[in-house]
Structure formats: structure tokens, C-alpha cells
Design a protein around this ligand. Structure first.
Ligand code: ZN
Length: 294
């Protein structure tokens, strides 16, 4: 009985097998068509992904020095319109000065003056390093950490030449600048300037809080912030050599109309070695240089 049933079952199974085969064949053909379709769709998707990836990497190029992503972008014809490099980064140019290995192409061009105050949410303490005491000649001790090697190379070189350059005033907080400015306003009033004009007059000598370059950690006053500095061996040495370390005399004589600040032979600003040399060659202020580069 069991055998019979088995046989019947097997027979039945065999009887419907051609239909199953046809159905299976159809299913296989359908599956192949679906797989092919899927591959075509995936292929398109990948291309789209590549385009957006390339455009992303090209925007990264402006802030990173990796050349690979820019060559990727230029080699892809499809995406060339989307991936034009905005601001191609300069490759690093290594130079050895003052016992330090520095990048001559490294630059910091932020413009801070009375018409370009720092934004209200500016992070005043974002990127600071402390300068060793032996280089200092004042209470303030901090500087932007990325330019610290350039500054130390400068001071060490001056010392090697027998010129006693010291860092008087590097980074200043908003509060310190406010205190300096308020004090200056009081002195200006004491000297006879009407109170309603005192702030404007004070601002030609001491920047209003938020508008001082010292907030950036990129500016340094050397030795003594007074007229006694002019003509000293420090002054003469800095005029000749500061550019080799990326610093410019920020407020030259007869540039007050452009900078809004009196002549300050002691105030230097880091911009970058090659930029400093170009600015000096052109004989322009940072304001004019940035305008030229727009
Ligand atoms: Zn200064």
C-alpha cells in the first residue's frame, strides 16, 4: 500500500514536471533579465556617486594640500564643469631658516582692521600656544600655534646676529584690548579732546576691542611699543629680515590713510614668507594686497 502510494505520488510528480520546468525556465530568464537591469541601474548609480565625490574632493582641494584629488577631478571629463578648482593650494616649499624648517608657501591672510572687525562669535582662544619665557618681554605669552616656529626662527636668528629682539605683545584677548582701549580714551580726554571725539582719536593708536590684529595671534609687538623703537638695531634688523620668516611691517609710515593706524615700527604681522616678500616687493599694505588678490 505504501509502495503504491509512493509510486502514484512519483508518477504524479513526473506528470507535472514539464510544467514546472517551463515555469522554472521562465523564472530563470526573468531573473537574468532582472539581474541585468539591476546591474545597469547600479552602474548608473556609481557614475553619479563618482561625480558627486569628485565635486566634493575638489572643494576640499582648496583647504588641503593633497594633489591627488585635484588630478582626479581634472582627469574626469564628465565632471570637469562641476569640479573646477576654486583656489588651488600652493605646494609646500620647504626652507631652512634660523634653525627651523619652514614652509615658504604657508600663508595667513585674515584682514582685521577698524572696518573688518572679527565676527561676534570669534573663538579668541582657539589655536594658541605659549611662548617660552626667555623670548618674552611682557606679560602676554600666547601666539597662534601654527606660526610659533616662524616667530621663534625670527627671534633666534636676530639673537645669532647679536640683535636682542624680544616679544613684547603677541596675542591679546578681547578683555585685554578693551582695557587698553578704555585707558587710551581716558588719556585722550585728559589731554583735552572732547569726549564725543575721544574714541575715534584713541582708535588711531589703540584698536577698538574686536578690531585688533593681536586677537588673531598673528601679530607681534617687539621690544617696546613706543617711538623709541624707531632707528634701533632691532628696528633695522626687522626691516631687513622679518620677511624671511613671513612677517611684514604692518603699519608703515605714510600708510595711515589706508591702514587707519599710526606708524608703528614695532608691530609686525605674520602673512607667510612668500607673501611677505611679495608685499614688500610691491610696496603695498596688507589691505592693498588683499584687494589686489580679489
Ligand atoms: Zn601691535
Amino acid at each position: 500500500m505504501n509502495n503504491m502510494e509512493n509510486r502514484t505520488y512519483k508518477k504524479k510528480k513526473r506528470a507535472i514536471s514539464p510544467a514546472v520546468l517551463i515555469a522554472a525556465a521562465c523564472a530563470i530568464v526573468l531573473a537574468i533579465v532582472l539581474i541585468v537591469l539591476l546591474f545597469v541601474m547600479l552602474g548608473n548609480g556609481e557614475t553619479g556617486g563618482e561625480i558627486s565625490q569628485v565635486s566634493t574632493s575638489s572643494s576640499e582641494v582648496s583647504s588641503s594640500s593633497e594633489a591627488s584629488s585635484s588630478s582626479e577631478a581634472s582627469s574626469s571629463n564628465e565632471s570637469s564643469s562641476m569640479a573646477e578648482p576654486v583656489d588651488k593650494p600652493a605646494e609646500s616649499q620647504v626652507v631652512d631658516v634660523g634653525g627651523y624648517t619652514l614652509d615658504a608657501n604657508y600663508e595667513r591672510l585674515i584682514l582685521v582692521n577698524s572696518s573688518n572687525p572679527l565676527p561676534e562669535d570669534y573663538d579668541y582662544k582657539g589655536n594658541l600656544a605659549t611662548i617660552e619665557k626667555k623670548y618674552l618681554n611682557g606679560e602676554l605669552t600666547q601666539i597662534d600655534k601654527d606660526i610659533l616656529p616662524y616667530l621663534l626662527a625670527l627671534v633666534n636668528s636676530a639673537w645669532e646676529d647679536g640683535v636682542k629682539v624680544y616679544i613684547r605683545s603677541p596675542f591679546r584677548s578681547y578683555e585685554t584690548q578693551k582695557m587698553l582701549f578704555d585707558n587710551k580714551v581716558q588719556r585722550v580726554i585728559s589731554a583735552g579732546t572732547p569726549a564725543d571725539k575721544a574714541e575715534d582719536e584713541a582708535a588711531t593708536v589703540v584698536a577698538r576691542p574686536g578690531t585688533s590684529e593681536h586677537h588673531t595671534g598673528l601679530a607681534v609687538d617687539f621690544n617696546t611699543a613706543s617711538n623709541y623703537f624707531e632707528g634701533t638695531d632691532m628696528d633695522l634688523w626687522l626691516r631687513e629680515h622679518a620677511e624671511d620668516f613671513g612677517f611684514i611691517l604692518r603699519y608703515p609710515k605714510e600708510s595711515q590713510d589706508i591702514t587707519g593706524v599710526i606708524y608703528e615700527p614695532w608691530h609686525y604681522r605674520f602673512v607667510g614668507i612668500n607673501v611677505a616678500k611679495e608685499i614688500n616687493r610691491l610696496g603695498v599694505t596688507l589691505e592693498e594686497y588683499i584687494e589686489m588678490k580679489k
